[in-house]
Design a binder for this molecule. Structure first.
Ligand SMILES: [Fe+2]
Length: 574
C-alpha cells in the first residue's frame, strides 16, 4: 500500500513523502529539483522523481494526503475575520512573489483536477489539519510513548499554537491559540524590521542576536506578553500583518524603537538579542503553564512548527528542565508536515505506525551514473581505494571540499550527504568559507559534525540526541580554540553527532580525520551557495563546485580536484 503525503501551495517549501505500508521510503522537497529556493509550487517534479525511483504510476498510489485544510483556512482567516480584513490581506501577493491568500485557497480546492490533468489519475485525496501533521511528525520521530506535543508556527490552517497529547492511538487536541496571536509572526515581524526577508531570514536574525545585549527587553515586552488562557497575546497596535500581505509592522513600532534604517551594528544586535530573549521567555512560560496543567500525565514533550528551528530557543528549553524528556524534530518546519499527513491518514484508518529513523530519504545516484556524468563533462578525476583516508588527508591540508554521498537528506540542514566540509581548527577557515565559498555575511556561524566518540571531548553535552543540528550546546572552554571555526561568538555550537548506523561513510571520515589530526570534528555546511537550494543531483554538485570555488569535490567514490579541471570551472564561474 502506497500513501503519498504533500505540503504545497501553502507553507514555505513544497515537499512530498512516500510511505510503503508503514515504512517511510522517500521524501524530497520540490526546491531540490526546481532549483527555486523555498519553492512553494505544486511538487510536480518531486512526485515524478518519486514515482520513477519506485517504478510506480499514479494509479499505484492508494491515497494522497495534504498537510493543509483549505476549508479550515477559509473559515478562520477569511470568513471569521471578514469585518477586519482588507483587500490587500486577501488578494495581495505575499512576500517573495508567493500567492495571495485567495489564490492559495482556490488552487487547493481545485487540486484534484490538477493532479488528474498532470498525472492522468488522482487517487483518493484528503486534506489534513496542518498542526496535526506537524505534531504527528514530531511524535513519531521522538520515539516517546504518549507524549505531549506543542506546535508553534506563524500560522496553520486554523491555529498559531496547538497542544496535543498522544494517548495510545488517540491524538487528542488539548488547547489552541488563533491568528493573529502568533509567536512565529512576532519573530518574522522583527526579522523584517531589521531589513531581512521575513519567512526566510529568521535564522540570520537569530545568528545576529548572539552578538548583542538585551538592552531593549522592556520595550519588546510592550509588544508581546504571555497569557494564562490564550498562551500569548500580541499588542496589535505594533503589527500590520493582520491587515497587509507584505508589511508586518506599524509606525508605532518605529516610534518605540527608532528607525531601523539608522541603526549601527550594535543597535541591530541589541534589538535581535532583546527579541530573542523575550521570545524565549514567553515560550518558557507557555511550557511551564503546560507542565502545571498536564505534567502529571507525562514527563515527555516534543516540539514542532517553524519556531523550533530556532536552536537558541531550543537550548533555553532544554536547559530550563521544565520537562524531563524533550525532543526537537529537525522536520519542525512545514516540509516535515508531508510526513505527518501520511501519519494522520494511517492513524485515521487504524493502520500501524512506526518511529521515523534516518532522514536520508531523497534522490540517490550510483557510481555508474556519477561516472557517466563526469565523463560527459570531460572531467579529470581519480578513484580511491580508501576514500575516507584520502579525503581526510585533503581536508587536513586545508582544502575545502564538496561532499556528495548517498541519498539526499530531508530538511534545511546538510547532514553529511550533500555537505561542504572543511578543517575546523583555525578561525580563518570560518571567514574563508563565509566569504570565498558561501558569499554570505561574516557574522554567520558554521556547525561542527562529530561522533559519539569525540563529542564529550569538545562540547558540554548531557545525554541528549544531537543528530540533526537543531540544538546548540556550549563548547568546552578549554577546547574552543581547538575547533575555532565552528564555535560561535557566544561559545555555542550547533552540533551534529553522526551515527555509524545512519551515515557510515561520513562517520568513517570523521574517525579518519581524527586519526590524522587528533580532532574528530569537521566544519559542515550545506552544499549550496547563497540563495540557492542544497544540491540534489551530480550535475547540481558539479556546477556548485565550480561556482563556489571549492578545492575538491568528493562524489561517490570519485575525487575531482579543481586545479586539474580549469576548463570546467572557468566555464561555470562565468
Ligand atoms: Fe506550519
Amino acid at each position: 500500500m502506497y500513501s503519498l503525503g504533500i505540503i504545497a501551495l501553502q507553507g514555505h517549501c513544497s515537499t512530498i513523502s512516500l510511505y510503503k505500508d508503514d515504512e517511510l521510503v522517500f521524501a524530497l522537497s520540490e526546491e531540490r529539483l526546481s532549483r527555486i529556493k523555498e519553492d512553494s509550487n505544486f511538487p510536480e517534479f518531486a512526485i515524478k522523481a518519486c514515482l520513477d525511483k519506485f517504478n510506480l504510476k499514479m494509479q499505484d498510489i492508494d491515497s494522497i494526503s495534504f498537510a493543509w485544510n483549505p476549508w479550515s483556512s477559509l473559515w478562520f482567516y477569511l470568513l471569521k475575520n471578514l469585518k477586519h480584513t482588507t483587500f490587500d490581506f486577501l488578494f495581495g501577493k505575499r512576500i517573495n512573489g508567493k500567492r495571495s491568500r485567495v489564490k492559495k485557497f482556490l488552487e487547493m480546492i481545485f487540486i484534484r483536477s490538477y493532479i488528474k490533468k498532470t498525472f492522468g489519475h488522482c487517487p483518493k485525496l484528503s486534506f489534513k489539519d496542518h498542526h496535526t501533521c506537524h505534531s504527528l511528525t514530531s511524535i513519531f520521530h521522538s520515539g516517546f510513548t504518549d507524549p505531549l506535543s506543542l506546535v508553534i508556527d506563524g500560522y496553520g490552517d486554523r491555529a498559531t499554537i496547538s497542544l496535543y497529547k498522544l494517548n495510545g492511538r488517540h491524538h487528542q487536541l488539548l488547547q489552541e491559540t488563533f491568528f493573529p496571536d502568533s509567536l512565529g509572526l512576532f519573530y518574522s515581524m522583527f526579522t523584517q524590521f531589521l531589513g531581512f526577508t521575513s519567512d526566510i531570514d529568521e535564522y540570520k536574525f537569530m545568528g545576529l542576536s548572539s552578538y548583542g545585549e538585551p538592552s531593549l527587553v522592556d520595550k519588546i515586552n510592550q509588544v508581546i506578553s504571555f497569557d494564562e488562557n490564550n498562551f500569548v497575546k500580541l499588542n496589535l497596535t505594533y503589527f500590520t500583518f493582520q491587515k497587509s500581505s507584505n508589511v508586518f509592522y506599524s509606525d508605532k513600532l518605529i516610534e518605540l524603537l527608532g528607525d531601523p534604517k539608522t541603526y549601527d551594528f550594535k543597535q541591530r544586535t541589541d534589538l535581535a538579542k532583546s527579541v530573542q530573549v523575550v521570545f524565549s521567555q514567553v515560550i518558557l512560560k507557555i511550557i511551564k503553564n503546560i507542565k502545571q496543567k498536564y505534567g502529571q500525565e507525562t514527563q515527555s514533550i516534543c516540539f514542532s512548527g517553524g519556531v523550533f528551528q530556532n536552536c537558541v530557543l531550543n537550548k533555553d528549553i532544554r536547559d530550563s528542565k521544565i520537562f524531563k524528556n524533550v525532543f526537537f524534530t529537525p522536520l519542525c518546519s512545514d516540509l516535515g508536515t508531508a510526513i505527518g499527513a501520511c501519519l494522520s491518514e494511517r492513524l485515521s484508518k487504524g493502520l500501524s505506525l512506526k518511529k521515523l529513523s534516518h532522514l536520508y530519504l531523497g534522490s540517490s545516484f550510483s557510481d555508474t551514473e556519477i561516472e557517466k556524468i563526469l565523463k560527459f563533462f570531460n572531467l579529470n578525476y581519480t578513484t580511491s581505494e580508501n576514500l575516507t583516508k584520502d579525503t581526510a588527508k585533503i581536508l587536513e591540508q586545508e582544502n575545502i571540499i564538496g561532499w556528495f554521498q548517498g541519498a539526499s537528506e530531508l530538511g534545511y540542514r546538510a547532514l553529511g550527504a550533500r555537505s561542504i566540509l572543511a578543517d575546523p581548527r583555525k578561525q580563518e577557515m570560518k571567514d574563508k568559507v563565509n566569504h570565498k565559498i558561501k558569499k554570505r555575511e561574516s557574522f554567520r556561524p558554521f556547525a561542527p559534525a562529530t561522533t559519539n566518540e569525540f563529542v564529550h571531548k569538545f562540547f558540554e553535552v548531557s545525554g541528549q540526541e544531537l543528530g540533526y543540528m537543531i540544538e546548540t550546546v556550549d563548547a568546552k572552554k578549554e577546547m574552543a580554540n581547538e575547533i575555532a571555526a565552528v564555535v560561535h561568538v557566544d561559545s555555542s555550537s550547533r552540533v551534529q553527532v553522526v551515527s555509524e548506523q545512519d551515515n557510515k561513510i561520513f562517520y568513517d571520515l570523521l574517525l579518519e580525520f581524527e586519526k590524522q589530526t587528533g580532532v574528530g570534528v569537521l566544519l559542515n555546511t550545506s552544499f549550496n551557495i547563497k540563495d540557492e537550494p542544497i544540491v540534489n543531483s551530480p550535475q547540481d554538485a558539479l556546477i556548485c563546485f565550480a561556482r563556489a570555488n571549492l578545492d575538491y569535490l568528493v562524489m561517490g567514490r570519485f575525487i575531482i580536484p579543481a586545479n586539474s579541471n580549469n576548463h570546467f570551472i572557468s566555464r561555470y564561474q562565468s
